[in-house]
Design a protein around this ligand. Structure first.
Ligand SMILES: Cc1cc2nc3c(=O)[nH]c(=O)nc-3n(C[C@H](O)[C@H](O)[C@H](O)COP(=O)(O)O)c2cc1C
Length: 459
């Protein structure tokens, strides 16, 4: 029997115009209505996936790159994914939903209250993907902080939220219909928070969470901003790939959304860094799942896979321009105006740009001095066969071999498939792959009853 792994879906372009720029946009799904996402969420649950993570950006970002972001709908418009979550919960029973949230946008009290509500409404299936981008600070009337300080703020924010969630002591909820006694006010903690970034008073007026057997988590009695997660708390996901980001994941997260080259050595090294940080904060490998972003291209046969790879070998300037546009939107940095035949000056990337995304642009190159922009973009355009480990194009069996190998040899916890949450994309990726993964015992075929956290702790 193979090693069971966890699978999730990263809705990589957020709650926006899904399918735009692709022929499947003509299916006439309205991206602004919930049916498009509900249909896909049902399919992912049927497939045995653990969670959907929904990308987000708080604004259209840097005024200089507005047009780059909306011209092809790469970076906007985007609706708020937190408000999409209840529609997805409504049509599923087991799937976890983790919208992206930025501590910049929510006071801890408001966040604690809204997230607690969603955790109850979803029967413990809610999570938050915590990001620290500061590019939208001006829309919220706050001064941008530096890269690492944004992580410090996020840690204080999460600790404060957890304190509010646990401002109801273990015996505060009485709920005894015979005596008519609902709750005991003497068991509530005032939760007075005075930190470097936030100041507020509790307690929270939301119902406390149940302790879920089998869902793990830290000691719920720890108080203050250093509080660790308890078993009933919403799940924390994080995607930051910098050293500071990996340390944050080790200390705070139940899921790390990892972006890296998918080979045994890189996965082992990435896992080692996150797990080292987890151990340093008194946690264990069982407390966190490190799930790698994966975007395979499914082919019907090895011959078709080879044809797809061959067709990508010599991208023309129009293809490179399209890739440059997508990268410019992600990096909030205009690459389209740069000379294709010169190296990129790394100084063009502001402090707010994700280190992980910059590494993503570099790909297999060690530094920007090693390649021209044309070479960087050409490397992005070129596809390779998964069977030879040169890329991610392959048949369902070949892709399953790859997933199985990384589970066995790199102790990989699982993968996050990335793309639109459009039924065409989901079916194209999963219709043939899911049965193969199930047959090999890599993908679950049933869920437990511990909510999202319980599902993550099942194996
Ligand atoms: C795979 C991946 C997904 C990300 N998703 C988002 C997102 O949805 N919204 C966002 O604002 N930042 C997102 N980020 C950026 C980072 O989380 C982050 O907030 C930040 O810019 C610092 O990241 P760093 O530690 O990689 O430097 C993502 C990064 C990666 C690698």
């Amino acid at each position: 029997m193979s090693r069971l792994q966890h699978f999730g879906w990263f809705l990589s372009r957020g709650f926006g115009p899904h399918g735009w720029g692709h022929p499947y946009y003509e299916w006439n799904h309205r991206w602004t209505s919930p049916e498009l996402y509900q249909q896909s969420a049902r399919t992912l649950e049927q497939a045995g996936f653990d969670l959907v993570i929904i990308e987000d950006a708080l604004s259209l970002g840097n005024p200089d790159t507005l047009d780059l972001r909306i011209r092809s709908a790469y970076g906007g418009p985007k609706h708020d994914p937190l408000l999409l979550a209840p529609y997805l919960f409504d049509v599923t029973q087991h799937l976890g939903i983790a919208p992206t949230v930025n501590p910049l946008a929510y006071s801890p009290y408001q966040a604690a209250r809204q997230f607690a509500t969603l955790q109850h409404l979803s029967d413990y299936r809610f999570g938050i993907n915590v990001v620290t981008d500061v590019g939208s600070s001006r829309h919220f009337g706050v001064e941008p902080v530096g890269h690492d300080a944004a992580y410090d703020r996020a840690e204080e924010w999460l600790g404060a939220i957890r304190s509010l969630w646990h401002s109801w002591g273990p015996d505060a909820l009485v709920a005894d219909p015979r005596s008519g006694h609902f709750a005991d006010g003497s068991r509530l903690s005032a939760t007075r928070h005075r930190g470097g970034y936030f100041e507020f008073d509790g307690p929270l007026n939301a119902l406390p969470f149940a302790e879920l057997p089998g869902a793990g988590g830290g000691d719920p009695r720890v108080s203050g901003a250093g509080r660790t997660a308890a078993s009933g708390d919403p799940v924390v996901v994080s995607p930051g790939g910098s050293g500071r980001g990996l340390n944050f994941a080790g200390e705070q997260s139940e899921v790390q959304l990892a972006l890296a080259s998918l080979d045994v050595e890189t996965i082992r090294a990435y896992r080692a860094k996150v797990l080292e940080a987890a151990l340093a904060h008194g946690r264990t490998a069982a407390d966190i799942d490190i799930l790698f972003v994966f975007k395979p291209i499914l082919a019907a046969s090895p011959e078709e896979a080879q044809r797809i790879v061959d067709a990508s070998a010599h991208p023309d300037d129009a293809v490179l321009a399209q890739i440059a546009l997508g990268q410019s939107s992600d990096l909030e940095t205009d690459l389209t105006a740069l000379d294709l035949d010169k190296p990129v000056d790394p100084a063009i990337f502001g402090d707010h740009v994700s280190r992980g995304s910059i590494k993503g642009l570099l790909g297999r190159f060690d530094s920007f001095a090693d390649a021209t922009l044309r070479e960087l973009l050409t490397a992005k355009a070129r596809l390779g066969r998964i069977a030879s480990r040169e890329g991610y194009v392959g048949t369902a069996e070949e892709i399953a071999d790859f997933i199985e190998e990384l589970g066995e040899e790199a102790e990989n916890d699982g993968f996050i498939f990335s793309g639109d949450l459009h039924p065409v994309t989901v079916h194209r990726m999963l219709d043939e792959l899911v049965p193969v993964l199930r047959r090999r015992g890599i993908l679950r075929s049933s869920y437990g009853s511990g909510g999202l956290r319980g599902n993550l702790r099942d194996f």
